[in-house]
Design a protein around this ligand. Structure first.
Ligand SMILES: *Cc1c(COP(=O)(O)O)cnc(C)c1O
Length: 498
C-alpha cells in the first residue's frame, strides 16, 4: 500500500518513507491510498488475542512494506507489562451499563501519548533502515507538557537516535517539569526556554527550516525529525486500541458481534478521534463518533456548522492538552470525506493560512454529520463532572477524560441515544493531581501542598495507587537545569550533538 499526500494525489511513497519524512514536501499529510477492511469474523478472532497480537494484525494492514517480523519486533519492544503495568496495555473499565472507559494512560508517562510514542521510535528506526538511509536521527520537540515527556521515554536509549526537548520555563505543570528534568537515558537532553510555548515552538521550527544548518548536519550523517502528531507512525498505533476495546467488550460478553457502539474522544489535534474514524471505516461497528472539546471549542463549531474558524479567543484551561485552535489532523478527515479531492483540501488549507477560516462544501458537511457529533465542557462543568463521577461510581477521572464524560452525557440526554459508548480516557488523574483534588475537595485542600503531598492525598482518600513513575520522581536526581534564551536554542542543540 502506498501513501498519498492530502494536498497532492500524485505523491506515492511507502509507509517507511511516510514515517521518515513525517510531512509531505508541499505541506500535505501522508494518508494511505486505501482503507484496509477488517471483517466481523476477524474481529471475533481478535477477541481471543493479546493486545500485542491485535496490534500486529492492525498495524500490518497499514505497514505493508514492513516484514511481519519487523512489525512484531516494534510491537514487542513497545507494549510490555514492564512499561504499562498491565498485560492488557489499554484496559476497558465499565462505568455503568452503557459507558465503557478506555484507559489509555497506563504507559510510562501516565498519558495517552505513550500509546503512540512508545512504538514510534521503533517504527522510525526500522523505517530508516528500510529506506536505506544510514543516518542518526535527532528528534527535536517543543512541548507544552505531555508530548515532550512521552517522546523522551519513547526515544531514550533507542539506538541510532538522540532527542532534545524544549519546554517553556513558565508553562508546564510541576509534575511535568519534574518528569522532564529527571529524564534518564544517554541520548536525551532537556532544556527550558525563557518564554511561552509559542516561543519554544517558533524556535524549533526555525531550526527545522534552516537549510544551511540541515546541510551542515547532513554532512555529519545526521537528520532532524520531529515525532510530531501528524506523523502517520503516530496515528496508526492509535487505531489499534479501538479495535482492542471492542474485542474486550466482545470477550466480556458486554456486546454481541456486530453490535454498534459509539466512541467519545476528548480532542485537541484531532489525532485520537481520527484514529477512531479509521477504525469505523475499516469495519469496526461504530455508529456515532462524539468529539469533545473544552472552552477552545473550534471543533464543536465546525462539526455543528461546517465552518472552521480559528479567529477566536484562546483559553488556558485545566485540560491543557486540548488547548489548541488548529487541529492539524482534521485535514486527513476532510480529504477522506471529499472523496480524496487534493485540490479542494489545498484550497481549504490556504484559506486557513490566509484568513484563519474556511467553510467546507455541503457534501463534506453532510458526511461530517453522518459520522460525528460534538460538544464542549468548560472548566466548571469539567470539575463538577469529576466530582459527580467520583461520588456516583467511586472512579476518579482526570480533567481531559471528564470533558469527554460531560459531553457524552449531554449528547445522550439530548439525543436519547443509549448506544453503548467507549469513552477514551487520555490521562491518569495523578498527572493532574492539583486540578483533580481541587474538583473533589475544594481549593483550600490543595493550596500550599507540593506535588508529592497531592499524589499521596489522591491515593489515600480514594484508595488508589500512585503510579510508580510519578511517585519515584521524588527521589530522582535532576539531570537537566539548562534554561536558554529563545535565540540560543540552536546553540543548545549544537552543544548537545558535540
Ligand atoms: C494530546 C492529548 C489529548 C488530545 O489528543 P489529540 O489526538 O490531539 O486530539 C487529549 N488528552 C490528553 C491527556 C492528551 O495528552
Amino acid at each position: 500500500m502506498k501513501y498519498n499526500s492530502t494536498r497532492d494525489n500524485s505523491v506515492a511513497v511507502t509507509s517507511a518513507e511516510a514515517i521518515v519524512k513525517g510531512l509531505s514536501a508541499e505541506g500535505g499529510l501522508y494518508i494511505p491510498e486505501s482503507v484496509p477492511a477488517v471483517s466481523i469474523e476477524t474481529i471475533e478472532e481478535m477477541a481471543d488475542m493479546s493486545y500485542n497480537d491485535r496490534a500486529k494484525k492492525i498495524l500490518g494492514l497499514f505497514l505493508t512494506d514492513f516484514k511481519a517480523a519487523e512489525v512484531e519486533d516494534c510491537v514487542t519492544k513497545a507494549y510490555t507489562k514492564n512499561k504499562f503495568g498491565t498485560n492488557s496495555i489499554a484496559p476497558v473499565y465499565k462505568l455503568d451499563k452503557n459507558r465503557y472507559i478506555l484507559e489509555l494512560w497506563h504507559g510510562p508517562t501516565c498519558a495517552f501519548k505513550d500509546m503512540a510514542l512508545q512504538i514510534l521510535p521503533h517504527l522510525l528506526t526500522t523505517s530508516v533502515k528500510k529506506t536505506g538511509m544510514d543516518r542518526e536521527i535527532v528528534i527535536l520537540v517543543a512541548t507544552s507538557g505531555d508530548t515532550g515527556k512521552a517522546a523522551l521515554e519513547g526515544f531514550k536509549d533507542v539506538e541510532g537516535t538522540k532527542i532534545i526537548v524544549f519546554y517553556p520555563e513558565s508553562g508546564v505543570s510541576g509534575i511535568q517539569k519534574l518528569q522532564m528534568c529527571t529524564q534518564e537515558g544517554n541520548n536525551v537532553f532537556v532544556s527550558a526556554v525563557n518564554g511561552n510555548f509559542d516561543d519554544a515552538q517558533t524556535g524549533v521550527k526555525s531550526i527545522f527550516t534552516d537549510k544551511e544548518y540541515a546541510a551542515e548536519l547532513d554532512a555529519k550523517g545526521i537528520s532532524l525529525s520531529s515525532a510530531n502528531s501528524i506523523n502517520w507512525g503516530r496515528l496508526a498505533p492509535q487505531i489499534v486500541y479501538y479495535f482492542s476495546a471492542y474485542c474486550d467488550m466482545l470477550k466480556g460478553e458486554e456486546i454481541k458481534a456486530g453490535e454498534q457502539v459509539n466512541i467519545c474522544v476528548p480532542t485537541g489535534n484531532f489525532g485520537n478521534i481520527l484514529a477512531a474514524y479509521y477504525a469505523k471505516l475499516m469495519g469496526l461497528p461504530v455508529k456515532t463518533l462524539i468529539c469533545a472539546s473544552n472552552s477552545n471549542n473550534v471543533l464543536t463549531d465546525f462539526i455543528n456548522t461546517g465552518v472552521y474558524d480559528r479567529n477566536r479567543e484562546f483559553f488556558t484551561t485545566i485540560s491543557p492538552s486540548m488547548d489548541i485552535l488548529i487541529s492539524s489532523n482534521l485535514e486527513r478527515l476532510l480529504y477522506l470525506l471529499s472523496g480524496r479531492n487534493d485540490g479542494e483540501i489545498s484550497s481549504y488549507m490556504e484559506e486557513l493560512k490566509a484568513a484563519g477560516k474556511y467553510t467546507v462544501s455541503d457534501d463534506i458537511f453532510a458526511k461530517v454529520r453522518e459520522n460525528f457529533r460534538a460538544g464542549f465542557a468548560d472548566d466548571d462543568k469539567c470539575r463538577e463532572t469529576i466530582r459527580r463521577v467520583q461520588d456516583e461510581f467511586g472512579y476518579v477521572i482526570d480533567p481531559h477524560t471528564s470533558v469527554a464524560v460531560a459531553v457524552h452525557e449531554e449528547y445522550a440526554a439530548a439525543s436519547g441515544d443509549g448506544t453503548k459508548t467507549i469513552i477514551a480516557s487520555t490521562a491518569s488523574p495523578f498527572k493532574f493531581n492539583g486540578d483533580v483534588l481541587t474538583a473533589l475537595l475544594g481549593r483550600e485542600e490543595v493550596e500550599d501542598k507540593d506535588e508529592f503531598e497531592l499524589l499521596r492525598i489522591l491515593a489515600e482518600r480514594y484508595e488508589l495507587t500512585v503510579p510508580p513513575s510519578l511517585g519515584e520522581l521524588e527521589d530522582k536526581d535532576v539531570r537537566f537545569e539548562t534554561v536558554c534564551d529563545k535565540t540560543m536554542m540552536k546553540a543548545v542543540v549544537n552543544e548537545f550533538l558535540e
